[in-house]
Design a protein around this ligand. Structure first.
Ligand code: DAH
Length: 338
């Protein structure tokens, strides 16, 4: 029996040394020490030994079992460590790989111009006002001194909705809404979307304007010219020439159209300015007393000016865009340049 135990022990030590995985070691434990294992079988034979031999062999069995247990324990710990090391190296994430850059949008040139113009007028004490795009005839025309059947209504090809509602043809109704809400002094600009039933290479049925309104005691045409000169100089550069030409709008009197020296040729004459050297960029004038009457302002006490400009046109001049449709096609290859 002693010999059998020796053999079993030597075999076990070899098997354990040869095993490399946790599974193999668990297998060895079962075949040796399990309920039907080899050592367990040997222990069952103890009963047939003599009374003197039994304690001696019993001790030997115990020490062989302890030895196997401890060898198994050490080997298992090593195998487990190997397993972890293997997983750590095979499952490692290479964090040095550069990430994928998320696509970053850019602001649309129309938004850029609105922001820049708003910032210039903010510096001159103007705040931003808003009004609805679906507007009532009264705000869009009537209160701005376009009486029903007035021929000036034909200048603005209107999209009618229903019940005297329409898509606003300009941002000027925001003047009316602001003056009805607020007593002078008023100093606002109103950027927004406007609509006209008109569509070709230079006209879009949806476009953008920025309105301006300043009303206070003693505001003069000189103030209008001064503010617009500061504005055009800041937007187009310090030496940009400005000129005012007499014009007509129902809601201003006198009215003017404002030109800047052509930003393409510097005033010498080119295709963009049709050889005139000048580019029209906005309409303006002193608010007509008839408008004040509609908003219960006292035209004897106050005076003011208004102006309105098309944003698409300014964006095209500022960024050298030759076709207005580029602004509405939303081709990202075009938009990414801004
Ligand atoms: N509302 C005019 C248009 O759309 C532009 C305009 C002209 C606005 C003169 C004004 C102004 O405030 O004073 O054609």
């Amino acid at each position: 029996m002693r010999e059998q135990l020796e053999q079993l022990r030597n075999g076990a030590v070899q098997a354990i040394a040869a095993a490399t995985t946790v599974e193999q070691l668990q297998e060895i434990r079962i075949t040796l020490l399990g309920r039907k294992g080899e050592l367990t079988a040997l222990m069952k034979g103890l009963g047939s030994l003599s009374a003197e031999e039994r304690p001696v062999i019993g001790q030997l069995v115990n020490s062989v079992r302890d030895e196997i247990e401890s060898a198994l324990g050490t080997a298992l710990a090593a195998a487990q460590e190997n397993l972890i090391a293997e997983r750590l190296s095979s499952e490692r994430i290479d964090i040095s790989l550069p990430g994928r850059r998320p696509l970053r949008g850019t602001k649309h040139p129309i938004s850029l111009v609105i922001e820049e113009v708003s910032a210039i007028f903010a510096g001159l004490g103007f705040s931003v006002a808003e009004g609805p795009e679906i507007e009532h005839d009264w705000y869009n025309f009537e209160a701005l001194n376009f009486p029903p059947e007035h021929p000036a209504r034909d200048m603005q090809d209107t999209f009618f909705v229903e019940n005297s509602m329409l898509l606003r043809t300009h941002t000027s109704p925001v003047q009316i809404r602001t003056m009805l809400k607020q007593k002078p002094p008023v100093r606002i600009i109103a950027p927004g979307t406007v609509y006209r039933c008109d569509s070709d290479a230079t006209h879009s049925p949806m476009f953008h304007q920025i309105e301006g309104l300043m009303v206070d005691t003693g505001v003069t045409f000189g103030d209008l010219k001064g503010i617009l000169t500061v504005f055009t100089n800041q937007l187009f550069g310090q030496k940009t020439g400005v000129r005012l030409r007499p014009s007509y709008f129902p809601f201003t009197e006198p009215s003017a159209e404002v030109d800047i020296a052509c930003v393409i040729c510097g005033g010498k004459g080119c295709r963009v300015c049709k050889n005139s050297g000048w580019l029209e960029i906005l309409g303006a004038g002193m608010v007509d007393p008839e408008v004040y009457r509609h908003v219960q302002y006292d035209a004897e006490q106050i005076s003011g000016f208004a102006f309105g400009m098309g944003i698409e046109r300014i964006a095209m001049l500022k960024y050298g865009i030759s076709d207005m449709r580029l602004l509405f096609e939303n081709d990202v290859r075009f938009l990414r340049q801004f």
